[in-house]
Design a protein around this ligand. Structure first.
Ligand code: NAG
Ligand code: NAG
Ligand code: CA
Ligand code: CA
Length: 207
């Protein structure tokens, strides 16, 4: 009996005892590796399901963010460039320094605009007001080609003369370019330097 107990102990020992079994670490390692593999398999499977759901959520989230961005852009959308002023479907640029009339014509063309052509009463009073505030400015009106024949930048002839200041245009010293004066228009020497006003159509905000 004592013998067989000893045998059994030895046998057990051979299976489970660190000190006496050289294979024990290998067994332990194998079972650990198996366990790890199983765990890994579970995790991978789990994360696959997870990531699929997450992908859907992510898609929805991105979609929502895009919608919000679009709404934000719509709010930001301006019909005119930052330093231009919007008035009646058009954008106006008021210069911050002075140039000759011809240089002003070019400056406006360079920004895809035109030295201002005035089309109606409201526009006239708006520009008159702005010109008083920002400094007397050139407009796109001259009689350079034929004395006394006033023509706008867009080629159209001047239809009305109601905005000239009293006793203007007087062509003193051959004045061929129109500028805003305190209380109306004035013909001035084209080579003198003035502020200027550019005009271009406002761009509609795309939806
Ligand atoms: C434009 O009008 C103002 C006010 O009448 C005048 O003082 C100025 O000299 C004019 N511009 C030019 C270039 O003469
Ligand atoms: C018109 O402009 C000239 C200078 O270009 C200025 O001397 C004159 O006072 C201006 N006239 C009016 C009515 O502002
Ligand atoms: Ca003239
Ligand atoms: Ca004059």
């Amino acid at each position: 009996m004592g013998d067989s107990n000893e045998e059994r102990e030895k046998h057990l020992c051979s299976l489970g005892c660190r000190d006496c079994n050289p294979f024990f670490p290998t067994l332990q390692l194998i079972s650990l590796v198996l366990l790890a593999a199983l765990l890994a398999a579970f995790l991978v499977k789990g994360s696959e399901v997870h990531s699929f759901q997450e992908q859907e959520q992510e898609k929805q989230r991105i979609h929502q963010e895009l919608e919000q961005l679009k709404a934000g852009l719509d709010r930001l959308c301006r019909p005119c460039p930052w330093d231009w002023t919007f008035f009646q479907e058009n954008c106006y640029f008021f210069s911050t320094f002075k140039q000759t009339w011809m240089e002003s014509v070019t400056a406006c063309q360079e920004v895809g605009a035109q030295l201002v052509v005035i089309k109606n009463d409201k526009e006239q009073s708006f520009l008159q007001r702005m010109s008083e505030k920002k400094g007397h400015a050139w407009m796109g009106l001259s009689d350079i080609k034929k004395e006394g024949k006033w023509v706008w930048m867009d080629g159209s002839p001047l239809q009305w003369s109601k905005y000239w200041s009293p006793r203007e245009p007087n062509n003193v010293g051959d004045e061929d370019c129109a500028n805003f004066s305190d209380n109306g228009w004035n013909d001035s020497l084209c080579l003198t330097e003035q502020f200027w006003i550019c005009k271009k159509p406002a761009s509609p905000c795309s939806r």
